[in-house]
Design a protein around this ligand. Structure first.
Ligand code: IPM
Ligand code: MN
Length: 355
């Protein structure tokens, strides 16, 4: 029996509901593959502000540091969204968590599910076979650059985009390594025709390309990439990009699969790795038992694969998810016309029972 420690951070909105389903699935995997799982729950985001007055309390950080992996739901609360006066925002908790755990790489795989080809708003023949991974830099760029703020008169606001060469090198290295293990193609997405940071990204990647003769590197402006992802998703194998571009392009890419509720992610770096769906806290659905738990469940699959090097456990989860899609045991966002959608917990039960 292998003992593993998982920090569970449900967060806000639909976070607690979708994470509960992923925990069911982890329990099913544990029973099948002989794991003893210790869960340590901690608060983050608005939930943590309510209880501790801060979105990423030290106690939550310690829980994450002590764990083998972090399973995380979502952050965000409408109470803060239209309140520019708010001194502390839930999202700061997510950024603090990423920074303090050193999670500089966010891996967001995008691939289509055969049984959902018709659910994509794009033509099935166009999205069929799409299979790429977007590697998003997660601890730099506009999200963290300083100075950030307002002029004294309040009429000017500024954010700063900063990247150091080492930050670019470590994320590009991951990109090259993924590309050489996959189909050998790396697309660096930037805005080098306008931004100084992008020119440093390009220069850095160009210098590194010499060490990866087996990888074909392509450089693409982000506006062009936004179009190409929709127009010809099968073009891509590995995309590497900076924080904000990666944020935007991966929401866009989720359209290919048919729902934002399907895409998982792994964030890796210098401390404990973290696994989370790419979608947000979907406050309109909170407490209604309607949100799609699959992105979080697939994040748990990535957790077994990346944090516990257990490809079989990951495959068992993926197979059960595929079965739920084939049998239409799915939530309303992807249920075909005429099929009664499952609730969040019914979808999770079905997947857990099929492991
Ligand atoms: C994501 C989210 C976050 C981000 C928000 C909630 C701060 O959109 O994980 O993609 O922008 O990184
Ligand atoms: Mn996002």
């Amino acid at each position: 029996m292998k003992e593993i420690n998982i920090a569970v951070l449900p967060g806000d909105g639909i976070g607690p509901e979708i994470v509960a389903e992923a925990v069911k699935v982890v329990n099913a995997v544990a029973a099948k593959f002989d794991y003893k799982v210790n869960y340590n729950y901690a608060k983050v985001g608005a939930a943590a502000i309510d209880e501790f007055g801060e979105p990423y309390p030290e106690s939550t950080h310690q829980t994450c540091m002590a764990a083998d992996a972090v399973l995380f739901g979502a952050i965000g609360d409408p109470r803060y969204d239209n309140n520019p006066e708010a001194k502390v925002r839930p999202e700061q908790g997510l950024l603090a968590m990423r920074k303090r755990l050193g999670l500089y790489a966010n891996l967001r795989p995008v691939s289509t599910f055969p049984s959902l080809l018709e659910r994509s708003p794009l033509r099935a023949n166009l999205v069929e076979g799409a299979d790429f991974i977007c590697i998003r830099e997660l601890t730099g760029g506009l999200y963290f650059g300083r100075p950030q703020g307002r002029s004294e008169d309040g009429n000017t606001a500024y954010d700063t985009c900063v990247y150091r060469r080492e930050e670019i090198e470590r994320i590009c290295r991951l990109g090259f390594e993924y590309a050489s293990k996959r189909r050998g193609k790396l697309t660096l997405v930037d805005k080098a025709n306008v931004l100084a940071t992008s020119r440093l990204w390009r220069e850095t990647a160009q210098a590194m390309a010499k060490d990866y003769a087996d990888v074909e590197v392509e450089y693409m402006f982000v506006d062009n990439a936004a179009m190409k992802i929709i127009q010809q998703p099968c073009h891509f194998d590995v995309i590497v990009t900076e924080n904000m571009f990666g944020d935007i392009l991966t929401d866009e890419a989720s359209v290919i699969t048919g729902s934002l509720g399907l895409l998982p992610s792994a964030s890796v770096g210098t401390e404990t790795s973290l696994f989370e769906p790419i979608h947000g806290s979907y406050p309109q659905a909170a407490g209604k038992n309607i949100a799609n738990p699959i992105a979080t469940i697939l994040s748990a699959a990535m957790m077994f694969e990346y944090a516990f090097s257990d490809a079989d456990a990951g495959a068992a989860i993926r197979k059960a998810v595929a079965k739920s899609l084939d049998c239409n045991m799915v939530t309303e966002d992807i249920a075909p016309l005429g099929v009664t959608p499952c609730t969040t917990s019914q979808a999770g039960d079905f997947i857990a029972n099929n492991i």
